[in-house]
Design a binder for this molecule. Structure first.
Ligand SMILES: Nc1ncnc2c1ncn2[C@@H]1O[C@H](COP(=O)(O)OP(=O)(O)OP(=O)(O)O)[C@@H](O)[C@H]1O
Length: 321
């Protein structure tokens, strides 16, 4: 049994499409990332899976429970940690009062450890907390009952880099202990660092599901080479080479086999050679070029995420909401 199974799930808000015909599964012990720009449908998908929104069509199970059945959905939620994208915490309560309430509902075996780990001052009123500190409260609430499944909507939004690292370590520990995770992000680096597979959402459609390692290998290698002789550009205008720049050094993205690259360079005296993984953004951007692909694609949509290559974020939203 998968931790999450989602079959042809659609959710419309009246005439407005939230998600359409989304199918995927999250395996037990897997970290699956939803990646997409603002408005792609990440939050809609997560809230529909949790039973907070009723699907327009299709269905889903969480830990074997039908998401559209109120009793089964509640049963699934007891074993699930949910971090909302925009935690609607009661601003007049202290963090302690909020966490006490959550603890009474679902338990809190790891609360003390998490409060220490994230350096949370529970005595403060939520209204007085900074955005990052509010996010810490929501994180403690999502993880403190040691859930089997975690649904995390933009979990590191508002956290500083050190706490982002702490969060990543926590996710890995929980997965080692057998938990499964679905997280959403529009920050590619976060998804690449944490997830086994990534589902790319665009305009409500799941346009691709790929393992992060496949995505990396599809991105090719970035090659920089310095040779003794003058370079004939034509030598490098060959299949497998993209983004060719010829100057004092020759640099390009190589998507072919290593042996062919070695053949290509064998006509020169190589003085210096540097081969590294191409940035993941390059492979990723192929999902955002052109129309929405696939049988359910609406086509003709605007191309989102045009700044992703530069910022590591998808779409114009940057790192926050
Ligand atoms: N309550 C709502 N009523 C009407 N339309 C909605 C509602 N919530 C979301 N939508 C629409 O559904 C689509 C998907 O939105 P959703 O919030 O799921 O995207 P998202 O990927 O989570 O975006 P973000 O990264 O900005 O949080 C958008 O077009 C949005 O305007």
């Amino acid at each position: 049994m998968s931790a999450i199974e989602c079959r042809n799930l659609s959710k419309y808000y009246g005439d407005v499409r939230g998600i359409e015909d989304v199918s995927f599964a999250v395996q037990n012990g897997e970290v699956f990332g939803f990646l997409g720009p603002n408005g792609a449908g990440k939050t809609t998908a997560i809230r529909t899976l949790l039973g907070f929104l009723s699907p327009t069509s299709g269905g889903a199970t969480l830990l074997g429970n039908d998401a559209a059945d109120p009793v089964e959905s509640r049963r699934a939620r007891e074993r699930t940690g949910y971090l909302p994208g925009d935690p609607g915490l009661d601003r007049d309560r202290t963090a302690k009062a909020f966490l006490d309430h959550q603890a009474a509902l679902r338990g809190a075996s790891s609360r003390e450890d998490l409060v220490d780990r994230f350096g949370l001052d529970e005595s403060r009123r939520i209204a007085e907390l900074s955005r990052g500190n509010r996010q810490k409260v929501a994180l403690v609430a999502a993880f403190m009952h040691d859930p089997d499944l975690l649904l995390l909507d933009e979990p590191t939004s508002g956290l500083d880099p050190l706490l982002q690292e702490e969060f990543a370590a926590l996710v890995r520990e929980r997965v080692d202990d057998g938990a499964s995770v679905l997280l959403s992000s529009h920050v590619l680096g976060e998804v690449a660092a944490l997830c086994d597979r990534v589902g790319v959402l665009r305009e409500g459609h799941l346009v691709a599901v790929e393992s992060v390692s496949d995505l990396r290998s599809r991105g090719g290698k970035q090659v920089r080479v310095r040779v003794a002789e003058g370079v004939d550009r034509d030598d490098f205008e060959v299949r497998g080479i993209m983004n060719l720049r010829v100057g004092e050094t020759v640099s390009f993205t190589w998507t072919g086999e290593y042996d062919d690259l070695i053949d290509l360079l064998s006509g020169y005296t190589v003085l210096d050679l540097d081969v590294v993984d191409a940035p993941l953004e390059e492979a990723f951007m192929t999902f955002y070029d052109g129309d929405v692909p696939g049988p359910t694609g609406s086509g003709g949509g605007e191309s989102s995420g045009s700044d992703a290559a530069g910022s590591g974020a998808v779409g114009s939203g940057g790192e926050g909401r």
